[in-house]
Design a protein around this ligand. Structure first.
Ligand code: FES
Ligand SMILES: [Fe+2]
Length: 389
């Protein structure tokens, strides 16, 4: 029998009470998936992409979240507008392409040619006359909420979104030392994961899997190699409180400064980072349900999640660098992306593994272990979101 530490150490992060996981069918039941789309994905801010993708006046983009399609348009004044991609006449889709430039300063429905301005007002129908009681002012495009933040676009499929300032687990200013708005995408990894979207977040929220799943990452971040996210996840943490070894304190192995194949900075390091941010080697900002950002010393990684079905999720990883780094002919992007793509691919594979076992008839639900305390927080968040009226 294994020896188990005393769990009642003051300051210990881990769970001290036995905690059960979500019901197994929450990860594959289509009705639960629908509830989560409506209760979570259609009501919260969702990361869409970079502002640079819709930079010019009259440029547009469409973007699917569940069975909803968002239409983003940059108006002539430079304001980004968001609508459902649906005509108010009989509901045709307005833009067929996923991105482009509107030929005129209007959105024209391809079916019967109703014309809207870029603010969404209905300017003209194609009818010879309007019936008594029909007022074009009553038929603007269905608006949604859009927010541009540090070069990123977020959208919420509601006209009453939650406050954007509360969108991340930490204050949205946490990454202010990084020049987020000025960065450019140097590489993208797009992957379909055959698992429910919640499995991705559960895996993200624990490092118990790190020793067995991420051998390379566990070398770079020694505390991960112990199956822990941070110092106080160990019930014995007080015994090592004075030890500065990263395997107890967290952060990168000695001599490494960034997440890369050789642990070196590959891009030009950002100038404004604090000593603490540099030493940490990674600063995370998590915006459920769709995104997390990681600031490294020389690049920023943005991971966007979208549900494609009860058992299918899209993961898109964007690597952001300074334009100077991307313009440097000696810049070896592979040193960065090979490492992180490896980690993200390892994670995707275990998400799929997790999904595959869940349908066993006797498996009603799993267990949340002490080190997985952030998973319990995730489950609490999920329940609270679904309970919102
Ligand atoms: S559905 Fe758009 S004009 Fe008829
Ligand atoms: Fe992982």
């Amino acid at each position: 029998m294994q020896t188990i530490s005393d769990i009642d150490t003051p300051g210990y992060n881990g769970l001290t009470e036995h905690t059960e996981g979500l019901p197994a069918d929450a990860y594959f039941d289509p009705r639960q998936y629908e509830r989560e789309l409506k209760g979570i994905w259609y009501r919260n801010w969702v990361y869409v992409g970079r502002c640079a993708d819709v930079a010019r006046a009259r440029s547009f983009r469409t973007f699917d979240v569940g069975d909803q399609t968002i239409l983003l348009v940059r108006d002539e004044q430079g304001v980004l507008r968001g609508f459902h991609n649906t005509c108010r006449h009989r509901g045709a889709a307005l833009c067929r392409e996923s991105e482009g430039l509107l030929p005129t300063g209007a959105i024209i429905c391809p079916y019967h040619a109703w014309v809207y301005n870029l603010q969404g007002d209905l300017l003209r129908t194609s009818s010879k006359a309007h019936a008594h009681g029909f007022d074009p002012d009553d038929y603007p495009l269905y608006k949604i909420s859009v927010k541009e933040w540090n070069g990123f676009i977020f959208a919420a499929l509601t006209d009453r979104p939650p406050p954007f300032e509360k969108m991340f687990d930490l204050p949205a200013t946490r990454l202010d030392a990084w020049p987020l708005a000025d960065l450019a995408v140097g590489h993208v990894l797009l992957k379909t994961i055959e698992s429910n979207w919640k499995i991705f977040w559960e895996n993200y929220n624990e490092c118990l899997h790190c020793p067995s799943v991420h051998p390379r990452l566990s070398q770079l971040v020694p505390i991960y190699g112990r199956g822990l996210l941070e110092e106080r996840d160990d019930p014995e943490w007080r015994a090592h409180a004075a030890d500065t070894d990263p395997k107890f304190k967290g952060g990168l192995r000695r001599g490494a400064v960034s997440w890369s194949m050789n642990g070196n900075a590959t891009g030009i390091p950002f100038a404004g980072l604090s000593e603490g941010d540099r030493e940490a080697g990674h600063v995370y900002l998590t915006g459920l349900p769709s995104v997390f950002l990681v600031g490294h010393i020389d690049y920023v990684r943005v991971v966007r999640l979208l549900p494609l079905g009860p058992e299918r999720t899209e993961m898109r990883v964007e690597y952001l660098f300074s334009p100077q780094t991307l313009a440097d002919p000696t810049f070896d992007i592979r040193n960065v992306v090979d490492f992180t793509n490896l980690v993200m691919t390892e994670d995707a594979a275990v998400c799929e593994l997790n999904q595959r076992g869940l349908r066993a008839a006797p498996h009603r639900r799993g267990v949340v272990m002490p080190e997985e305390y952030v998973i319990r927080q995730f489950h609490e968040w999920l329940r609270a979101e679904l309970a919102r009226p």
